[in-house]
Design a protein around this ligand. Structure first.
Ligand code: ATP
Ligand code: MG
Length: 418
């Protein structure tokens, strides 16, 4: 019997897997340089953390969670997103009593029982950043700039930023009521009608064309913002422009999670088809209180690693081979293998990326392996070389070969490859 990865999941395999790592690093790097500390939380949490934190009426909670009962009888859920866990950890460790804002970044696996398709998986990977405990438009703008810088550092040119404000607890209720009035007059199916009563903003996020067509004249949240929300939003926009980040106002942009207030944003890439969001986030001033904490206004984002690799592919950025080995050693015979092995170890300790032929497949197989490895140089050692105290260094791009004294190989290759 053989096995396959479960539906909606896949394996990252070399050499493509190098890009997953590179993307994770690149997306996190700007946040690390901006003072965000690394946080790692468990891959599962109390189910109630997500049902209360993410929101009872969201697709995530109603349809997409991997929930199970532990052997101890507790209901646990594989994390569908990162923000609720970060907030839980901050509250649990009492960090809100210290200096604010608390800036954290993370990266890991997330799980949602989704309809599997290109760019939409049941197990996927995100890099996230959160700034908790401050209400400051510069913090919202900082996070957006950091994400855009991360995408840009990967060479991506096609990432667009959509921006909106969802208002606050002062102005949202009036907008919500106006939107409900409008939506109740539309021709919608039963589940959507129910959604109007529980979470009407989410109806604006409906992707079905027949629903979208009816939403043309829906009231816009931006026309209902209170003075404070308007000023806050203007400030965020001004700071983005000052930092050289272009955005598109999208008054219909809402998020799939319940806890968002004020600033809301999404990063889109047009090379991805229907699953076009490579990242998203916003301000979530109410989350802490929703899960039993003190008022802790916060803002954050989560960027999709898998879709970012797909976006890079769409822009032709995966063509260049990611860094593999630089040197490949080919021992000719047993004695040579015993001598090459410590040399390979020494070269690696000197900082070079080195591999060698294993499995005793003969010269031809070993030279083929050297070529396939992508190495620039092959180190070939035979009996005659051992007698001469030298090793053949072959440049695999030009086929030039020179004998280098064994004692000088490390320096020689370091010089060539630096
Ligand atoms: P979408 O509208 O595509 O469902 P979302 O609003 O559910 O996205 P978030 O919860 O904000 O997404 O997650 C942030 C990012 O994580 C997304 O922009 C996307 O790049 C990525 N992401 C979310 N769900 C998946 C998934 N099922 N498979 C792959 N990537 C995902
Ligand atoms: Mg989703």
């Amino acid at each position: 019997m053989t096995f396959q990865a479960p539906k909606g999941t896949f394996d990252w395999m070399p050499p493509r897997s190098e890009w997953a790592l590179a993307v994770r690093d690149a997306l996190a790097e700007p946040a690390r340089r901006a003072g965000y500390g690394y946080i790692e939380t468990p891959a599962f949490e109390d189910t109630a953390l997500f049902s209360r934190g993410v929101g009872e009426s969201t697709d995530i909670v109603t349809k997409e969670m991997y929930t199970f009962t532990s052997r101890g009888g507790q209901s646990l859920t594989l994390r569908p997103e990162g923000t609720a866990s970060v907030m839980r950890a901050v509250l649990e460790h009492g960090l809100y009593g210290g200096p604010l804002p608390i800036k954290l970044w993370y990266s890991g696996s997330y799980f949602r029982y989704e309809r599997a398709q290109a760019g939409r998986y049941r197990h996927f990977s995100q890099v996230g950043a959160e700034a908790l405990g401050a209400e400051d438009p510069a913090l919202d703008a900082e996070l957006i700039v950091l994400a855009m810088d991360g995408y840009a550092s990967l060479g991506l040119r096609g990432v667009r930023l959509l921006l909106n404000s969802l208002g606050c607890k002062e102005c949202r209720p009036a907008y919500r009521a106006a939107l409900q009035d409008f939506l109740r007059g539309l021709d919608l199916d039963e589940p959507t009608r129910n959604r109007i009563e529980i979470n009407p903003l989410r109806v604006l996020d409906d992707k079905r064309p027949e629903v979208r067509a009816q939403l043309e004249n829906a009231p816009l949240v931006t026309d209902h913002l209170c003075g404070a929300c308007k000023a806050y939003h203007e400030e965020v926009r001004g700071l983005l422009t000052a930092a050289g980040v272009a955005y598109e106002d999208d008054p219909r942009l809402v998020r799939g999670l319940d806890y968002y207030t004020r600033t809301t944003f999404e990063f889109l890439h047009d090379g991805l088809g229907a699953q076009s969001a490579v990242g998203g986030g916003g301000r979530y001033d109410g989350l802490s209180e929703q899960i039993g904490g003190p008022a802790l206004p916060s803002v954050g984002w989560a960027l999709g690693v898998d879709r970012t690799v797909l976006a890079m592919e769409a822009e032709g950025l995966l063509a260049e081979r990611p860094r593999g080995v630089e040197v490949f050693a080919v021992p000719l015979g047993e004695d040579a293998r015993r001598r090459v092995f410590p040399l390979v170890s020494e070269l690696r300790r000197a900082g070079l990326a080195v591999d060698m032929a294993f499995g005793g497949r003969g010269v031809k197989g070993a030279m083929k392996a050297a070529d396939r490895s992508g190495a620039r140089y092959a180190l070939i050692l035979g009996d005659r070389d051992i007698e001469a105290g030298a090793v053949q260094v072959k440049d695999l791009t030009t086929a030039d070969q020179t004998a280098v004294p064994l004692a000088e190989v490390v320096q020689f290759l370091k010089g060539k490859l630096s």
